[in-house]
Design a protein around this ligand. Structure first.
Ligand code: AR6
Length: 169
């Protein structure tokens, strides 16, 4: 049974087995959560990402997929990188966003992670409206068959926290 919890704050300050990164397909860093994770986690994460690019992920990580690296100096064992879809007003595929959560939990299961922190994937630079993204995220986690005991959504601001709080309480 997976328990869903929510906290407001900075995902890089969490103590969990795995921290999920809202990455881009290059796996080589960026702004938002991605920038914060690489800054606080240190160069070991980028070194692992470069190794992935040099081996099985020569073309990068596809949208909706997930892959793990070390967590460097973060208080976690792994960072699970996933690539959310870019929101388009003309139509965006919610199944790709749901897939980020499902794929990340599959990687967590392979690693044996029991506590996993997620940001609200795609709701920053990638523009997905928070209420819709939150519903997709919570539904995807509830539907997942996983041995992860705690999924912790870490929401950066009060508004995002309130949106998730209404869904899970
Ligand atoms: N802790 C928790 N949440 C955060 C933090 C933090 N430290 N920083 C931002 N957020 P984003 P995306 C929230 O843009 O939309 C990067 O450049 C933020 O308020 O990080 O999936 C990547 O390299 C928002 O609600 O990710 C990609 O190119 C949510 O996290 C691109 O951005 C996600 O915002 C990915 O865009």
């Amino acid at each position: 049974m997976t328990t869903i919890t929510i906290v407001q704050g900075d995902i890089t300050r969490q103590s969990v087995d795995a921290i999920v990164n809202a990455a881009n397909s290059s796996l080589l860093g960026g702004g938002g959560v991605d920038g914060a994770i690489h800054r606080r986690g240190g160069p070991a994460i980028l070194a692992d990402c470069r190794r992935l690019r040099a081996s099985h992920y020569g073309k990068g990580l596809a949208t909706g997929r997930a892959v793990a690296t070390t967590a460097g100096e973060l208080d976690a064992r792994w960072v699970i990188h996933t690539v959310g879809p870019v929101y388009q007003a003309s139509g965006s595929d919610p199944s790709l966003l749901a897939s980020c959560y499902r794929a990340s939990l599959e990687v967590a299961d392979e690693l044996g992670a029991r506590t996993v922190a997620f940001p609200a994937v795609s709701t920053g630079v990638y523009g997905w409206p928070m209420a819709d993204a939150a519903r997709i995220a919570v539904e995807a986690v509830r539907a997942a068959r996983t041995a992860v005991e705690e999924v912790r959504f870490v929401l950066f601001d009060d508004k995002a926290y309130q949106v998730f709080a209404e869904l899970i309480h």
